[in-house]
Design a protein around this ligand. Structure first.
Ligand SMILES: [Zn+2]
Length: 470
């Protein structure tokens, strides 16, 4: 069965067919953090969702190029830089480092590219120049450059592809300089913001004078620069649909004349203890707040992965306790399997194809994680039953461990265990075997290189591949 995903663009579930004619390579862009504070648990839900999409695609054998931008110049950042009297780099560097550390704590795979807005000012300017040349953008009396929605629509382009907008009822033709604005105003938005005294040292030269880019144009410039004018997947939280993603489409398609993104995926909001998260309600948690309460990144990751990405998820501390108990059940099962299998050689074992197929089928259904967990826990129950009746052989235990390692390519839970073969390395070993079975030797070699970079060497022996520490 093919992978099916809900595409916000068509408002329907569609078969996932990559743009690559060979059907192998996938370009995926996720809107990254604006680095002015620690990311909160709502943000993390979106990033863990992005990680699930990437891991599922890799599990299915696609070669993913994952791009996540770092927004390091934007309205809120400049305000904080002014208030804290620090330099832009010093201020954003601190939160960027924290973000990357948190990403690791939650065991999210690091994106292949993490471009910074401030590192792509020339690309941003050249994209705005294209829009000005095509008559879709204009310099206003305040020195800023705006995107004209009227001119864009006049070219036969659609503004409002992700969200149906009623232009008759809305006040069109207004101009907004702010990056975030209300749905009711279909306003011309700023691409380049002319320098004002409050910006301090944060400005760059441009053909329109000194200033800085708007937030929306940053994502268009960096995504198309790395992934090309058209790419497969664009992800973000549902709060970014309008105006941010709508504006990204307008800017990109306005400049290139080509369809920007094939599939738009949006993660739903998160409630904390049944309420919208807010500092005044005391239910506002950064990842670090939760770690300070004694929870682990793994428990938080598990909890975030229990709900379907398009459902509003109620995140609770009780739920985290539940996550701890569920993980303990898996850990206990796997550690028993390791004891039984001890004398064997995991690398010569093949995973249980039937169970894996069931697991894959649930993910194919628009990433139905609840059904995927049901497959995992039914499997745990059955293994435990076999262990309790002493009817599981060492070979069967090896098969079961191989099955778990395949689940974990998607789940990313990396079981702690006593022997010196980390789960991540084990999972990579299996991914390489799978690639070899598909005769995808390029992918297999890439995984071998990745293992090497992590300090492990894989040797193919008559009994199967063996992993050794370098
Ligand atoms: Zn973005």
């Amino acid at each position: 069965m093919a992978l099916k995903l809900f595409n916000t663009l068509s408002r329907s579930i569609q078969d996932f067919v990559p743009l690559d004619p060979a059907g192998k390579k996938v370009g995926m862009y996720c809107c990254g953090p604006t680095v002015y504070d620690f990311a909160h648990i709502g943000n993390w839900r979106t990033f863990v969702f992005g990680d699930l999409v990437r891991r599922t695609l890799e599990f299915k054998g696609y070669t993913v190029t994952h791009v996540m931008n770092i927004t390091d110049v934007e309205d809120k950042i400049i305000k904080h830089v002014r208030e804290t009297k620090t330099s832009l780099r010093e201020f954003t560097g601190k939160y960027e480092a924290a973000f990357l550390e948190d990403l690791k704590t939650l065991n999210c795979l690091l994106p292949h590219h993490t471009p910074h807005a401030t590192g792509h000012i020339a690309d941003i300017i050249s994209l705005i120049e294209k829009l000005v040349q095509r008559g879709i953008a204009y310099k206003a009396a305040d020195g800023s450059v705006y995107f004209s929605i009227e001119k864009y629509r006049g070219c036969g382009c659609t503004y409002g592809q992700l969200l149906k907008l009623n232009f008759d009822e809305m006040k069109a033709g207004e101009r907004v300089k702010s990056d975030e604005y209300a749905k009711e105003s279909v306003a011309d938005f700023a691409l380049w913001k002319a320098r004002v005294p409050e910006d301090g040292d944060v400005f760059w030269p441009s053909p329109w004078g000194e200033g800085r880019p708007g937030w929306h144009i940053e994502c268009s410039a960096m995504s198309t620069k790395i992934l090309g004018p058209s790419f497969d997947l664009h992800l973000g939280g549902e709060d970014l649909i309008f105006p941010h993603h709508e504006d990204e489409i307008a800017q990109s398609e306005g400049a290139t004349g080509k369809p920007f993104v094939k599939y738009w995926l949006h993660g739903a909001f998160l409630l904390v203890e049944g309420k919208k998260m807010s500092k005044s309600l005391g239910n506002f948690f950064t990842l670090r707040d939760l770690l300070a309460k004694g929870f682990t990144g793994r428990e938080i990751r598990y909890a975030l992965l229990t709900a379907h990405y398009r459902e509003t998820f109620n995140f609770t501390l009780e739920g985290l306790q539940g996550a701890r108990a569920s993980l303990a059940r898996i850990d206990e099962c796997v550690s028993k399997l390791r004891e039984i299998e001890k004398a064997g050689n995991w690398t010569s074992a093949h995973p249980d194809a039937e169970i894996l197929k069931k697991f894959a089928t649930t993910l194919d259904d628009d990433l139905n994680v609840s059904a995927a967990w049901a497959v995992v826990f039914d499997w745990v129950r059955e293994i435990n039953r076999r262990i309790a009746t002493n009817s599981l052989t060492a070979a069967e235990a090896a098969t079961a461990l191989a099955t778990w390692a395949n689940f974990d390519i998607v789940l990313g839970l990396e079981l702690r265990h006593s022997d010196n073969l980390p789960e991540e390395i084990l999972a990579l070993g299996f991914a390489r075997q799978e690639a070899r079975k598909r005769k995808d030797f390029k992918r297999a070699d890439a995984i071998r290189d990745e293992l090497k970079a992590k300090g492990w060497v894989i040797e193919d022996t008559p009994k199967g591949p063996k992993l050794k520490k370098l």
